[in-house]
Design a protein around this ligand. Structure first.
Ligand code: NAP
Length: 259
């Protein structure tokens, strides 16, 4: 399928590895020039050069913390007018509900709610002025079904989801399509770290922690960044024009729900 976005420009945040990288790769495959961001410059440069070599698009890098005001300003200055925005950042740490104080919540709100909102507020007006835009927010299955150990994620991302539900409808008539993409467990460094935490707590091998988790997923495995990226590219495409403020769950069937 031709996604109809060849020659457009996208900003993909937190994209040197994992799900953001999967989204960047899929957009590049569709012919989209990229601005990609992460904190670590070395992995970011390596990702950019690999994407350019594989897909022949132009990739600009900005090494910065997207959750800080200064980092966002650098990224936005380099991004300029983009047609597609993919928001993403690292996820908050696990714990139990009594672990977190006000500062922990503020950090999670900053990273996983206020940062994507600030990026949309900065870039969507330009998309509206040009009459075309796409936004994909990487959130989590935790907005659909809570993950008790990820209470900070449950809280901050649900706030973002509520914001998008209203905002997406305010901009839909102006050519800008905003949706959220909800990962269940995917094979990335984040998943390895979460499995490592479970292994440590339960005194088992990390591979055992992974096998136990895979056994709870109807499809029997973790998702891949490539599968995730393909859905992101579709939501960023010409074909997504009638899909407004939706929460698309990619979880291998792990969330046991009819809808
Ligand atoms: P990952 O494999 O750890 O990759 C994270 C990427 O984001 C790296 O490129 C990292 O590079 C960059 N990054 C992290 N914090 C950043 C920041 N403050 N500013 C700029 N770049 C930043 O993680 P992932 O699995 O792709 O997860 C992406 C998001 O999806 C996270 O919010 C995670 O909680 C959520 N999620 C993931 C899963 C899963 O199974 N993988 C499931 C549900 C939700 P640097 O470290 O160099 O900055």
């Amino acid at each position: 399928m031709d996604l109809g976005i060849r020659g457009k420009r996208a900003l993909v945040c937190a994209a040197s590895k994992g799900l953001g990288r999967g989204c960047a790769e899929a957009l590049a495959e569709a012919g989209v020039d990229l601005v990609i961001n992460a904190r670590g410059a070395e992995a970011l440069e390596a990702a950019a050069r690999a994407i350019e070599a594989a897909h022949g698009v132009k990739v600009t890098t900005v090494a910065a913390d997207i959750t800080s005001e200064a980092g966002r300003a650098d990224v936005l200055a380099a991004a300029g007018d983009v047609d597609i925005l993919v928001t993403n950042a690292g996820g908050p740490p696990p714990g139990i509900w009594t672990d977190w104080d006000r500062e922990d919540f503020l950090r999670a709100f900053d990273a996983n709610m206020l940062t994507p909102i600030a990026l949309m507020q900065a870039l969507v007006p330009g998309m509206i002025a040009r009459g075309w835009g796409r936004v994909v927010n990487i959130t989590s299955q935790s907005v659909k079904a809570p993950i008790p150990a990820l209470g900070l994620s449950n809280t901050a991302r649900t706030g973002l989801t509520g914001f998008v539900a209203g905002m997406a409808r305010q901009v839909a008539g102006k050519g800008v399509i905003v949706n959220n993409l909800l990962p269940g467990i995917h094979d990335t460094d984040r998943a390895t770290a979460l499995d490592g935490g479970v292994a440590e707590r339960e005194g088992i091998d990390p591979s055992e922690a992974r096998s136990r988790r895979e056994a709870t997923i109807p499809v029997g495995r973790y998702g891949t960044p490539a599968e995730f990226g393909a859905m992101c590219a579709f939501l960023s495409s010409q074909h997504a024009g009638y899909m407004i403020g939706q929460n698309v769950l990619l979880d291998g069937g792990a969330t046991n729900a009819t809808f």
